[in-house]
Write a protein that binds this ligand. Structure first.
Ligand SMILES: [Zn+2]
Length: 456
């Protein structure tokens, strides 16, 4: 399931529309974050070995997928890597995408990050909250990104204003080549990628892809990269067939969700019976409200690969978002059986169970959500779902506590404190939650005092 994750204020009108329906198919909202277990897994598989090669702690580097067609990738303080969907779609091979990720990792490892203006940051942060980002979070499912990242950048695109000096770029290229060598992979993907976009250099800065505004492609830079990647023992190592197939599926999924259905049908015509084509068309059919063909396409994929959890997940999403939530439950259970440690699958299953709304469903949903939240404790969407399940299970204090957590995860400290206070009296039998509600109140007070000081 691809889930829309975060909004910028320009799209508040869309947030209001979304308030009527919990999970929407994606359309072309610019610059939101996307969550999807399959794509996140592929990106982590690409990235984690590179992080290890850079001596970085895999679990402290977070990756975010930005719904933006422009080609871009960037890193921010706190070891966050942002990948635009446009980068994935423009990369021709897994090796090219890995090369770019290795280059960005080089910036993180060397600490090439520039301080941003603190005062702008906080002003923007409060504006977001005032504009109702809390509502967006409830509906869109907020992760670690939270208000802090949004607050830090008016648009994700402007982060590329980070001054990338020529020296920093050369050092990130060299680091990338080293990491690729260390992991037994070729560094040539990065070189190919730069060569492919060499023409961008003749465009004015404004017409370039954001990535090439921050990363000027001089000839000596490319020559140097050609030299060091050419020296590697692994220079001719190719992507495996499996990696190539996986990338084709990732692209098909993104295109299916992000392009207009008509565009999808022309990119993947009916005559194309490959797996990526059937995958993309299945998504496009359901977005075009053709439930019959959507299910037919995904069922044909399930027949070919019954053990692929993401096919079952997509089938569930098609049913859920076509208003047949009860039919989503079995495919989601199957997806989760095939991929037991995926928090987002647990959240989706819980959502479908809550909608069916029997006492057993609500109890099961609570179990799935608590388990998902152990892995993603700042997943605001999961906290919101948990509050719904508790409310239906007649546990109002726990429901308020879950809302306090959801607001806290979003950085909305006023709301977090208010719900934690209201939850407290009723939480006496739940000691762990009561302690946690106290912590939320204390930390929220500290954060609110900081915000007041900044405003002075
Ligand atoms: Zn760079």
């Amino acid at each position: 399931m691809i889930r829309l994750h975060t909004y910028i204020p320009k799209f508040i009108a869309i947030v209001a529309a979304i308030a009527m329906s919990v999970a929407l198919p994606l359309t072309s909202y610019a610059q939101s974050l996307l969550r999807d277990t399959e794509i996140e897994e592929i990106l982590r598989d690409y990235t984690d070995p590179i992080l290890r090669a850079a001596n970085l702690n895999v679990s402290s580097v977070d990756m975010y997928l930005v719904n933006d067609k422009t080609l871009n990738a960037f890193v921010t303080r706190g070891q966050n890597i942002f990948i635009h969907t446009g980068l994935i779609l423009e990369a021709e091979t897994p090796n090219q995408l890995k090369g770019v990720i290795a280059h960005e990792t080089g910036h993180i490892a060397a600490g090439h990050l520039v301080r941003r203006d603190q005062s702008n940051r906080s002003a923007y942060g409060s504006m977001l909250i005032a504009a109702g980002i809390g509502i967006a979070a409830i509906l869109a499912g907020e992760g670690q990104a939270g208000a802090s990242i949004l607050a830090g950048s008016q648009q994700f695109g402007v982060i590329d204003a980070l001054a990338h000096s020529r020296i920093n770029e050369a050092s990130a290229d060299q680091a990338a080549a080293k990491y690729m060598e260390f992991t037994g992979q070729s560094g040539r993907g990065l070189l190919e990628f730069f060569e492919k976009f060499r023409y961008q250099e003749v465009l004015s800065n404004a017409r370039r892809y954001p990535y090439f505004r921050g990363h000027p492609l001089s000839s000596d830079r490319i020559d140097k990269l050609r030299e060091i990647t050419g020296e590697s023992t692994y220079r001719d190592v190719k992507d495996t067939d499996e990696e190539i197939a996986q990338m084709a599926m990732m692209k098909a999924k993104l295109i299916g969700f992000l392009d207009a259905p008509q565009t999808v049908f022309s990119k993947y015509p009916e005559s194309d019976m490959s797996k990526p084509a059937r995958y993309a068309r299945s998504v496009a059919y359901f977005r075009a409200a053709d439930l019959k063909n959507a299910i037919k396409s995904i069922d044909s994929l399930i027949k070919d690969e019954p053990k692929n959890p993401y096919f079952h997940e997509l089938k569930a999403q098609i049913y859920y978002e076509s208003g047949k939530g009860a039919l989503a439950i079995e495919p989601l259970k199957e997806a989760l059986r095939l991929k037991p440690d995926a928090p987002l699958l647990k959240v989706s299953l819980a959502q479908a169970l809550i909608e069916r709304d029997t006492p057993e469903d609500n109890k099961a949903a609570i179990t799935y959500l608590k388990s998902a939240l152990q892995e993603e404790e700042t997943n605001g969407f999961a906290w919101y779902q948990l509050s719904q399940a508790y409310a239906r299970d007649d546990k109002p204090a726990l429901a308020r506590y879950a809302i306090a957590e959801q607001a806290f995860a979003m950085g909305d400290y006023n709301r977090a404190k208010s719900f934690a206070l209201r939850a407290q009296q009723g939480l006496a039998p739940y000691r762990a939650q009561k302690r946690r509600a106290n912590d939320i109140i204390v930390i929220a007070d500290v954060q609110l005092a900081k915000q007041r000081n900044r405003k002075r």
